[in-house]
Structures are given as C-alpha cells and as structure tokens.
Design a binder for this molecule. Sequence first.
Ligand code: ASN
Ligand code: ZN
Length: 329
Amino acid sequence: YSGQVTIGSTRQDDGTYALIDPQHGGHRTLDSSVNSNGVLLTDDDDVWGDGTAANPQTAAVDAAYGAQTTWDFYHDSFGRNGIADDGRGSSSRVHYESVKGVPLANANWQDGCFCMSYGDGADGQHPVTSLDIAAHEMTHGVTSATAGLGNNGESPGLNEAISDMMAAAVEFYADNPNDVPDYTMAELDDLHGDGKPIRYMDLPSKAGISSVGYAPLDYWTPEAKWDEAHMVAGVGDHFFYLLAEGSGQKTINGVDYDSPTYDGLPVAGIGLADAADVVYRALTVYMTSTTDYAGARTATLQAATDLYGADSDAYEAVANAWAAVNVGI
Ligand code: ASN
Ligand code: ZN
C-alpha cells in the first residue's frame, strides 16, 4: 500500500535474509499462512514483495514498514523506545486467520504474543495491512503498556479512539506519497468493498451504520457506556480532529473535511503535533484502566497544563474540543 520502501532485515548464517529488523528492537515479520503462530519470512536476495497482493511477501512489507514507521514516530515524537518503552521489538503476523480457512477482514493486537496480526481481507486479496491499520494496532500495545484502558464502560471506546488518533499522526509523520496523510481510517484497504474508509474523524457518523448495527457517535451520549467500542471511539476521534484542525470546512492534502460542533461554537485547532503531544502525555501519565471520556478530558487538560500552561491556547483548545463533542459541559 505504501509503494517502494526500505525495511530492516537480517542476514543469516546460510546467506539468506530474514525479516528481523535490528533497528526496531528486532521486530520480526511472520507468515501465518503456514501455521497460526507464523514462521519467520526469509528471502534470498533481500528484495521483498512486488506491490501485488498475489505475492505473499507484499503484505509482509506493509507490516514491517508499519511497525518500523510507528516505532520511529513514537521515538521521534515522544522519545519512546518501542511499545513498552524498553526497546523490545514486537512481531507482526500476515496472512492471519482467526478461524482456519475463513478469510479475515480485520487486524488485531494481542498482549500475549506482543504482536499484531493481519488478515487478507474478505476475499483473501486485500491484506488489512495499510500504515494506519498497523499504527492503530501497535498503539493498542502502547495503551496496554501504559494506561491499560480496560474492558468496562467507556474505556474500550476511548482505547479505540487513542489508536485512531495515533494512526492519523503516524500517517502524517510518514508523509508517504502513496498513502495520503489523512483523518480517515483504512481508506486503502477496501474493507467494505466500496473503496471507502471505515472511519472518519471529522464527522464519525459519516461512516454510516456498521455491521454491529450502529453508527459511530459524533458526540458523547449515555450510549457511550454500552455501545460497541469502535462506535464509541467516534467521540474521541471527533475531539482529536477538532483539537488538531479546528471546526468547519478544510481541505488537507486534497481531502475535504467538514467538522461540526455540538454547541455550534467554533473550535480553533492547535495542529496535529501539539494535539498528539497532549494525548500522548495524557495516555502515559494520567489515564488508568478505568478512564472514561470525562476522565480523558481531565487527563488531557492536565497534560496541556504541563506542556503549555493553564493560560495557553492549547489548554483552551482542549477544553473547547471536548465541549464540542459534548464532554464536560
Ligand atoms: N481491528 C480491531 C481493533 O483493533 C480488532 C477488533 O476489534 N477486535 O480494534
Ligand atoms: Zn482497535
């Protein structure tokens, strides 16, 4: 999905190369079409994949690129040394199926294997391995290693939103011409077979009714306590878009956005880098396993105070962006 890229590999004793990335904690890219645990990918000439899904190495290139780029984003933006901030590399499994023989149109993070797993899409031809997906899944690992947002109430939805926020930030960080930096999720993976993204951060309900029977929330409602996590994530996704870019119409990298506010009052954005700084500090210093949206508001206000001061534009923007999604008013 990201065109021709350079990825890390390791030369082995037998002269072949393996997808072990020494610059990123020894991250390993594994092929799960052999068995579900996955086997390390190896190659004779160290040129991997060919840009087509038919070549089984192509998805591996995406996964390796996603892991290294997300690692570099966390390092360069926040000084974080890997998912657990201890230098340890994760692994990524491609051609993964949760149920053997059933093509998987999804990807996930699992703490148990410290790994991301990527399916090949509903038709087995559209690997779910774009950069925003990789960054989303890897960020679940960061969240797990820090705030540990849990399974109750609004925390799972907030967890999903944090992964979407950082996924957007990673796309902008990578600035890859083959993958336009944007505030949508999975626009390259064609998960629904209609060429459209699965989530829109400027106006989450634009995604329409999902397979779970609900549309993502644009604004907080009591539903956030029980609705499906990716629907509840709409509240946080919308908050983040407004904090970074502000309300109203805007075209960024050729993509049109139009972000309304709950109270109709405008929000002035502080830019993506500062917005990501606020969220990262809130996630790693103030959020806990039970943080809900009201708690996320408190955490981000505290983080903005720490980073920019209580009298700063950033503090005011954080407060306004939460009010604009009906949190804390
Ligand atoms: N792709 C999904 C996620 O990371 C996986 C899931 O919902 N189980 O949120
Ligand atoms: Zn997720």
